[in-house]
Design a protein. Structure first.
Length: 209
């Protein structure tokens, strides 16, 4: 069964308060999204494998730790997921970046794929899928299905705000994928938006309406 990690770090909660405010402008919103992504990434990478390596400090020879294999990938769900990429790469700069394009049909609320471009060796990498919002869960579920079709097996999903309905759909469809959530909100409204949420993350990141 999926492990669901709800973040309780004070810095994450403080920054989520900033992005919830309707008065927060595009620049501050974008910066906070990136910073929150970095902080969630810190938690989501806690179990990465390490190996011993021989190094030399200015004083003596010793053993140090480094990431084993270092084959990581960050895959944002377009377009809002792009806002989380820089924060992720701050911590794991050697990761390759793929992109999955999905939009939600306004009448059915179902995801529709329009783009998928992944690293050629994505199946060999530990993949971190990012999207600020997990609302109905449809886009996340579809994105993970695409990755699994491409042979990816080590997958994690990171979001900033989630609704209970989204978490339920996600864990039912992908019980083998761990889920990292900045904040768990109350519910979805009749339009499929998270309540209280923060509005449309893509519009707020890119300054569009």
């Amino acid at each position: 069964m999926s492990k669901v990690f709800i973040m309780d770090h004070p810095l994450i909660q403080h920054k989520i308060g900033i992005i919830r405010r309707k008065t927060t402008g595009t620049k501050a919103f974008r910066e906070a999204i990136s910073e929150i992504a970095m902080l969630i990434c810190y938690e989501a990478t806690r179990d990465l494998e390490l190996e011993d390596v021989d190094i030399e400090t200015p004083i003596a020879k010793t053993k140090a730790k480094e990431l084993k294999g270092k084959k990581l990938a960050v895959v944002p769900i377009l377009r809002a997921g792009l806002g989380m990429v820089d924060g992720m790469l701050t911590l794991i700069p050697a990761a390759k970046v793929g992109h999955i394009g999905l939009y939600r049909d306004p009448s059915t609320l179902n995801p529709v794929e329009y783009y998928c471009k992944l690293p050629a060796d994505c199946a060999e990498r530990e993949v971190f899928v990012v999207d600020p919002m997990l609302a109905t869960g449809g886009s996340a579920v579809a994105a993970l299905e695409l990755l699994k079709q491409k042979g990816c097996r080590k997958i994690h999903f990171l979001c900033i705000i989630a609704a209970p309905e989204g978490i339920e759909a996600f864990t039912k469809a992908h019980p083998d994928v761990d889920l990292y959530v900045g904040a768990l909100d109350e519910r979805l409204n009749d339009h499929g938006y998270i309540v209280p949420g923060l509005g449309d993350a893509g519009d707020r990141i890119f300054g569009t309406k």
